[in-house]
Design a protein around this ligand. Structure first.
Ligand code: ARG
Length: 276
């Protein structure tokens, strides 16, 4: 073989390898195959917004943590797939799933919302919740949603059911302004500094902030609505939705789910349930 021919073959071979490596790297947006020991294992990308303790938060090292993280890890172990986590603004979660940039939302998301159901498919629900009004502990004027007045500001997080409730109050002239912010941590800070008079927030999350900052806040009045949290996947991805449902059912039955509820000090939706 002449030298020029063999170097041509070498160049073509190199080009083919590069093209292969390039396509392998660029297809990493949504799910992918795991490399290394667990060859062929699916890796799903799970997304959440982490200012929502005890469901979605960060630990002392800034890593994502919370009930949703532990539940997802337990379901993945049960179903034999791998996951990687990413965080984003709450309002960006559904668009990311629609665009195929992530596979699963686990973020304390109300699954019983018809607008969301048009865009993503939800799993079976894993937590029953509702919104509450949170105020400063020394506030004696606000005793519930009906005592909010047109000189007040109420805050909640972008894209949430709480934000919808705040907006409705503002649209109906019941309050001066709906202050819609990126994180619930910021809403709580605004309350602490008297920039807003109330925050509309999920009851278990209010409880968690009240525990974190003891003696600062209280919740007042009745629970405003009923919601149930589910995981969400891309519309039509029944394969993944069924794996999540099967995993959820198994971890409820084998006691892992109950352990996680205890660890994060939350109510267990399945405590008295007998699963079919
Ligand atoms: N449950 C509310 C909703 O579905 C709020 C969820 C906020 N979750 C979060 N991780 N920030 O809209």
């Amino acid at each position: 073989m002449k030298k020029s021919t063999s170097s041509k073959i070498l160049i073509i071979a190199l080009a083919l390898i590069m093209a292969f490596v390039f396509t392998a790297c660029s297809s990493s947006s949504g799910s992918k195959e795991a490399s290394g020991s667990a060859e062929g294992t699916k890796v799903y990308k799970v997304i959440m917004e982490p200012t929502f303790p005890p469901f979605d938060t960060t630990d002392e090292n800034g890593e994502l943590a919370g009930f949703d993280v532990d539940m997802m890890n337990a379901i993945a172990a049960d179903q034999g797939f791998e996951i990687e986590f990413a965080q984003m603004e709450f309002g960006a979660l559904i668009p990311a799933i629609e665009a195929g940039n992530a596979d699963i939302i686990a973020s304390g998301m109300n699954a019983e919302d018809p607008e969301r159901q048009k865009k993503v498919d939800f799993t079976d629900t894993y937590y029953d919740s509702g919104l509450v009004v949170m105020v400063k502990v020394d506030n004696d004027t606000i005793t519930g949603i009906d005592s909010l007045t047109p000189d007040m500001k109420v805050a909640s997080q972008t894209g949430t059911t709480g934000a919808d409730a705040c907006q409705e109050l503002a649209d109906n002239g019941k309050v001066a302004e709906a202050v819609i912010l990126d994180g619930f941590d910021t809403c709580v800070l605004q309350l602490k500094t008297d920039s807003v008079q109330a925050v509309i927030i999920d009851a278990p999350v209010a409880a968690s902030y009240m525990k974190q900052q003891s003696g600062e806040f209280k919740t007042v009045g009745d629970v405003l609505n009923a919601e149930s949290y589910g995981m969400a996947v891309q519309k039509g991805n029944d394969e993944l939705r069924e794996k999540l449902n099967a995993g959820l059912k198994n971890i409820v039955e084998n006691g892992t789910f109950a352990e996680l509820c205890e660890k994060w000090e939350m109510a267990n939706k399945f405590e008295f349930a007998v699963l079919a």
